[in-house]
Design a protein around this ligand. Structure first.
Ligand SMILES: NC(=O)c1ccc[n+]([C@@H]2O[C@H](COP(=O)([O-])OP(=O)(O)OC[C@H]3O[C@@H](n4cnc5c(N)ncnc54)[C@H](OP(=O)(O)O)[C@@H]3O)[C@@H](O)[C@H]2O)c1
Length: 317
């Protein structure tokens, strides 16, 4: 038996193509999920070209769908449960998923919105937590128009921070004030005064500028590097009152944080903005739009699986 999946193929222009792969064989602590939706992250585009996901392997980290086989060890959700997960090899019709890496999708939340949460939402939640968020803190979020950025703006605002959202253009900043940003800046132009926390997903010169704006005791969380440019620190820029630049990566079980995020999204406390949604057969188009900074928020792929579409009546909810 085989299933369809988006696999890495460095010989094609997008470095990704649809292919048949063997049916997944779940381990004792894993469930089998028929995937209806997946979401595309900037990191997936990097993974496809960097060799981190080898040629022929299934790409993707964010999947949502329905459990078709419960875990053999009795843990995790029962057959028929709707789930969302952060898992490797997410871009496939059927995926084996560790029970610690998923959350049930609450009633009232559709799979398209739920699937936007794992990588981007967990990165935003954990990096803010690691930085030591609190009421009144001045928090700068770079790349605020993107997946991680839009969630970080909302979560920081909910925590009572003064949120400064940095974007590439006025158009890219649309909706961020409503999402909770107190200031929306083009780059870091006009930024007054020190900041306590920086959630940086852009890197390069903007990271250096952000570092220079950081207050003593402050924290920069280096989440990503979409600029692709080097960061050159002038001499002595790192000498002075203690402040930190910390590398960030999502590690370990993500189920508990995913449960928090799905609840927030269901209550409407966090809004999931989907800037692109379409069939996974249009992967190249979605990838080009994401790389071209044309997507506000998240890109969601609809995974064609005829059996599953019978159980998920509204793929656009
Ligand atoms: N460490 C982790 O565990 C982790 C987890 C999630 C994501 N990430 C990383 O975080 C970064 C953001 O991920 P994402 O999924 O949020 O990406 P995204 O949705 O594509 O958003 C990235 C944002 O960065 C800005 N950007 C893109 N290219 C740029 C450039 N050349 N110069 C300046 N800004 C640029 C864009 O904003 P404007 O168009 O407004 O400038 C864009 O909205 C990526 O590097 C990703 O790999 C890391």
């Amino acid at each position: 038996m085989s299933v369809r999946a988006l696999v890495v193929d460095p010989s094609v222009p997008a470095a990704v193509r649809l292919a048949e792969v063997p049916d997944p064989a779940p381990g004792p602590g894993q469930i089998l999920v028929d995937v209806s939706h997946a979401s595309l992250n900037y990191g997936d585009l990097n993974d496809a070209r960097s060799g981190r996901v080898p040629a022929g392997a299934v790409l993707g980290s964010d999947a949502a769908g329905v459990v078709v086989r419960a875990a053999a060890d009795g843990t995790g959700p029962a057959e028929g449960t709707r789930v969302v997960a952060l898992t490797s090899g997410a871009f496939a019709e059927r995926v084996a998923i560790d029970v610690g890496s998923l959350a049930e999708i609450p009633k009232g939340l559709g799979p398209a919105r739920a699937v936007a949460l794992p990588v981007a939402g967990v990165a935003a939640l954990r990096s803010l937590r690691a930085a030591g968020l609190g009421p009144g803190k001045r928090v700068l979020i770079t790349g605020a128009s993107g997946g991680v950025g839009r969630f970080a703006v909302q979560l920081a605002a909910r925590a009572g921070a003064h949120v400064i959202a940095s974007v590439g253009s006025a158009a890219r900043g649309e909706g961020l004030a409503k999402a909770g940003a107190d200031e929306v800046l083009i780059g870091l132009e006009g930024l007054q005064g020190p900041v306590d926390v920086v959630i940086d997903s852009v890197g390069g010169p903007q990271l250096v500028e952000a570092w220079n704006l950081l207050a003593p005791g402050g924290s920069v969380q280096s989440v990503g590097w979409t600029s692709g440019e080097p960061a050159v620190f002038p001499p002595y820029a790192t000498v002075g009152p203690a402040k930190s630049l910390t590398s960030f990566v999502i590690e370990g079980d993500t189920g508990a944080d995913l449960a928090v995020l799905t609840e927030l999204a269901t209550e409407g406390a966090v809004t999931v903005e989907i800037g692109w949604q379409g069939s996974w057969e249009r992967f190249d188009e979605a990838a080009e739009a994401l790389r071209g900074r044309l997507i506000s928020g998240k890109a969601v792929l609809e995974v064609a699986c005829s059996e599953l579409h019978a159980t998920v009546p509204s793929p656009r909810d």
